[in-house]
Design a protein around this ligand. Structure first.
Ligand SMILES: C[S@@+](CC[C@H](N)C(=O)[O-])C[C@H]1O[C@@H](n2cnc3c(N)ncnc32)[C@H](O)[C@@H]1O
Length: 238
């Protein structure tokens, strides 16, 4: 009863915030373009998504269809050349499909669970998509720091998500963007907001585009062209 009450209050708070943010975003032409492209992107992904959640994973664990569609629309809009996919699965296929079509883009997919990474490899192979550049999180962390135009953060459990958020944002190039999944969860949102703002990111509230049947949604974090790294403290070039 107490937990249900807390969830209702949380949903009300998000809904009210949504009304205010939506009013601002609807005035921006780039946002209207991305929003207009969403239904077609969902339709294009739906058959593969239904197959994925029926035969590989399940809908409460895989990225939601609306967030997968947003990944596709943002890639089409921003045209990133370097993409980091943290938390492998259907997102790995969506991002690799974009990269394959773009011709000049690469995707690195990372997971904290080596067995799950293996499942992702098999799935990508079955789809006929590139199944290279797959790393476990420790192996990826041991690599020299690279910066990416676009990062999707959907790695592991809530605790893992909290523990890796600063590092995930550290991989975003100046002027680049990240989609942080599951910010409907207070335990993730409460660390994401202070870390992102300290690192010079602006959070764009894309709840209306990503809300799914479980009440999950994602948030867009846009990195300013300058600023400094939250982890290394290194100044970013402007
Ligand atoms: C929210 S899931 C990531 C979903 C992924 N981005 C996708 O698009 O399908 C977070 C973590 O759960 C694990 N995982 C994903 N699907 C799973 C499943 N069906 N069963 C168990 N673990 C899973 C992976 O280790 C992944 O890093």
């Amino acid at each position: 009863m107490y937990i249900r009450g807390k969830l209702v209050i949380r949903d009300l708070r998000h809904g009210l915030y949504d009304v205010r943010e939506r009013r601002k975003l609807h005035g921006l032409s780039w946002y209207r373009d991305v929003r207009a492209a969403m239904p077609r992107a969902q339709d294009a992904l739906r058959a593969d998504y239904d197959d994925y959640v029926a035969n590989v994973s399940w809908s409460g664990m895989a990225v939601s269809l609306p967030t997968a569609a947003l990944l596709r629309c943002l890639c089409e809009h921003l045209r990133p050349r370097t993409i980091l996919d943290l938390g492998s699965g259907f997102s790995s296929a969506v991002l690799r499909q974009y990269a394959q079509g773009a011709g000049n883009a690469t995707v690195i997919s990372v997971d904290d669970d080596a067995a799950w990474l293996g499942r992702t490899r098999e799935y990508l192979e079955r789809r006929g998509l590139p199944a290279d550049r797959l790393f476990t999180w420790p192996d990826f962390r041991a690599e020299p720091l690279q910066l990416f135009d676009f990062v999707f953060h959907d790695l592991g459990s809530v605790d893992t998500r909290r523990a890796t958020l600063a590092a995930a944002l550290d991989y975003v190039a100046p002027g680049g963007a990240a989609i942080l999944d599951d910010l409907h969860k207070h335990r993730i949102e409460s660390v994401a907001r202070p870390i992102a703002s300290a690192a010079g990111f602006k959070l764009v509230w894309v709840r209306e585009l990503t809300l799914d049947e479980y009440g999950r949604f994602a948030t867009w974090a846009q990195r300013a062209p300058g600023g400094s790294s939250p982890v290394t403290g290194r100044a970013n070039p402007g």
